[in-house]
Design a protein around this ligand. Structure first.
Ligand SMILES: Nc1nc2c(ncn2[C@@H]2O[C@H](COP(=O)(O)OP(=O)(O)O)[C@@H](O)[C@H]2O)c(=O)[nH]1
Ligand SMILES: [Mg+2]
Length: 210
């Protein structure tokens, strides 16, 4: 068992520090954001940073966002292709608009994505600029297919699909270009899973958000 004795001078200093902390604490308004995944917590943080004139994302998070976007575009195109087949096979009349006839061109684009998919998921550094650009062309071609659009339109209540991904499919060729940089709108619309607790200070108001 330990015993601690302090002289008056040290005790006074501690009391002053505690009072100062207390005063600072009393002047702060703390806001705790809680919510289910994809309910918009990180987006609020990005918007607050933007309002304060700060970068919405750190350079590393920008890289992560680009990677996640590319990965999602490939993964969810594969999902749309498989769902279109699944819908059609489950009811050929009802889902006739989902049937993708395999002509040579369509087949070559599907093959390209299936072949390069692993490289995107593994974030393979060996992927060449031209392979990446070709992926962009194939994804853009498939996204324009009416049968893919019809499948996408039937997603509600049938299969999960990230918010705002259609916005990114509309410019998938740019995103798959190695020179692609995220715009402010891209940063706000991109969904990147975050874990843990984050805090920011609202400048000038001495307010902290978690
Ligand atoms: N349309 C729309 N999308 C939003 C809004 N807030 C967030 N999102 C989108 O919802 C997705 C998930 O948001 P995020 O902030 O990452 O959710 P978190 O998991 O709670 O941090 C992202 O794609 C956001 O762009 C909003 O007010 N309107
Ligand atoms: Mg988040």
């Amino acid at each position: 068992m330990g015993c601690c004795v302090s002289n008056d001078a040290t005790g006074g200093e501690i009391n002053t520090k505690l009072q100062q902390e207390q005063l600072r604490d009393n002047s702060e308004r703390k806001l705790l954001l809680l919510g289910a995944g994809a309910s918009g917590k990180s987006t609020i943080f990005k918007n607050v940073k933007k309002t304060q004139g700060d970068p919405m994302l750190e350079p590393r998070a920008i890289q992560d966002t680009k990677r996640t976007l590319r990965e999602n575009l490939v993964e969810f195109m594969m999902k749309l292709l498989s769902k279109s087949q699944y819908f059609y096979e489950s009811n050929k009349e009802k889902y006739a608009d989902c049937f993708i006839a395999e002509n040579e061109e369509t087949f070559s684009h599907i093959q390209m994505i299936a072949k390069q998919r692993e490289k995107i998921i593994r974030h393979d550094e060996d992927m060449t600029d031209s392979e990446m650009a070709q992926m962009g062309k194939s994804l853009a071609y498939l996204w324009k297919l009416p049968q893919v659009k019809a499948t996408f339109a039937k997603r509600c209540g049938q299969f999960s699909f990230p918010d705002n991904l259609e916005f990114f499919f509309d410019k998938v060729s740019d995103i798959m270009n190695t020179d692609y940089s995220l715009t402010e709108e891209d940063i706000l619309k991109a969904r990147v899973r975050t874990t843990g607790m984050f805090g920011i200070f609202l400048r000038g108001k001495k307010r902290k958000c978690f």
